[in-house]
Design a protein around this ligand. Structure first.
Ligand SMILES: CC(C)(COP(=O)(O)OP(=O)(O)OC[C@H]1O[C@@H](n2cnc3c(N)ncnc32)[C@H](O)[C@@H]1OP(=O)(O)O)[C@@H](O)C(=O)NCCC(=O)NCCS
Length: 164
């Protein structure tokens, strides 16, 4: 069965062109593989400055939960609050779709991403390996109870499923 993807303010062609347009700097901490984005996303939203697509936000999904979000902003728009808005919208989308919990994952060297998460109140992170920082964010009571188990699950999941 095909998975439904919620495309908001963006078409598949626009997404593909946007990803192709990303520079090395914009891909430095997250290479944004189109195949993986399409394989795992359940929500993809475009952000516009008139007719310029300045950023994209998305949510990837595994089993019951939102495995990650990927706010991406074109470099000329960095530092203006777009990343935080995009991430905030992705979290709102996750909540509104009754997904029980999410995991934020980012490269520990990605200072802008860390700051963006902090600005939204997510700094309760833990680290796996040399690079990856995670936040486990439960949205319902039973997901809160599962936290320690999920940390172990996430670790196993991460080392066995690198993509997405
Ligand atoms: C991460 C990203 C989305 C942030 O977008 P943005 O529009 O610049 O985000 P915001 O303006 O909302 O916030 C960025 C914050 O990080 C801060 N920042 C920028 N570079 C930083 C660095 N190297 N170290 C610490 N903080 C940094 C900014 O000053 C700003 O904080 P402030 O509002 O307190 O001044 C953007 O850098 C990006 O698209 N990067 C490439 C793709 C990527 O790595 N995505 C993240 C995947 S998890």
């Amino acid at each position: 069965m095909l998975r439904k993807v919620d495309f908001v303010d963006i078409t598949l062609t626009q997404l593909s062109d946007f990803i192709s347009s990303l520079t090395m700097n914009e891909r430095k901490y997250y290479p944004v593989p189109l195949v993986d984005v399409l394989a795992y996303s359940i929500y993809i939203r475009g952000y516009w400055d008139n007719d310029v697509l300045l950023g994209v936000g998305g949510v990837t999904h595994r089993y019951l939960f939102a495995f990650g979000q990927y706010p991406i902003v074109k470099e000329e728009y960095w530092g203006k609050g777009w990343g935080t808005k995009i991430l905030g919208d992705a979290i709102a989308w996750i909540r509104n779709n009754n997904i029980p919990f999410t995991i934020f994952q980012y490269d520990s060297n990605n200072g802008a991403s860390r700051r963006m998460h902090e600005k939204l109140g997510y700094n309760n992170d833990y680290r796996i390996g040399k690079h990856w920082v995670y936040n486990y964010v439960p949205f319902c009571w039973w997901a809160r109870l599962l936290t320690p188990v999920m940390k172990l699950f996430i670790y196993v999941f991460h080392v066995t499923h690198k993509r997405g």
